[in-house]
Design a binder for this molecule. Structure first.
Ligand code: MN
Length: 140
């Protein structure tokens, strides 16, 4: 039996989560984008901090992946700006850094990052971390 015509509007499938990537290195940007798209996420991309913050305000992504080593404003400063603004403070921020120095993780959390990963990116861990950030956001 067909469900059509019973009076229920056909439900639109929910849009896949939107992830904003702020990354100035084209190779890293492509890797991150490809990984997320393979897992059916939608992506938005910014190559520097001002563009990233602007896109976050306009589109309210579900998760933000921010490279820590960015020109002008670094990823820590971007995270502080996002967390200081009520429009964006509830969006989980995943900081990614190529500095494997001790203290970087603490710095990331101090800046307000919800998660932190070092480069080179572990593909499975990256995707899992994005999924966990989304789950935590939904359960808030
Ligand atoms: Mn960079």
């Amino acid at each position: 039996m067909s469900a059509e015509g019973v009076g229920f509007p056909r439900a639109e499938p929910p849009a896949p989560p939107l992830v904003l990537i702020i990354e100035d290195n084209p190779k890293n940007l492509k890797l991150t984008r490809d990984l997320l798209r393979v897992h059916a996420y939608r992506t938005l991309e910014a190559e520097d901090a001002p563009e990233g913050v602007q896109l976050a305000h306009i589109h309210r992504p579900d998760v933000i992946v921010v490279d820590i080593q960015l020109p002008t404003l670094d990823g820590y400063e971007v995270t502080r700006l996002l967390k200081a603004d009520e429009r964006t403070r509830d969006i989980p921020v995943l900081g990614v850094t190529s500095f494997a120095m001790s203290g970087e993780e603490a710095r990331a959390f101090e800046a307000g990052c919800d998660a932190y990963l070092s480069k080179p990116i572990d593909i499975h861990r990256f995707v899992r971390t994005v999924q966990e950030a989304l789950r935590r956001k939904e359960s808030r």
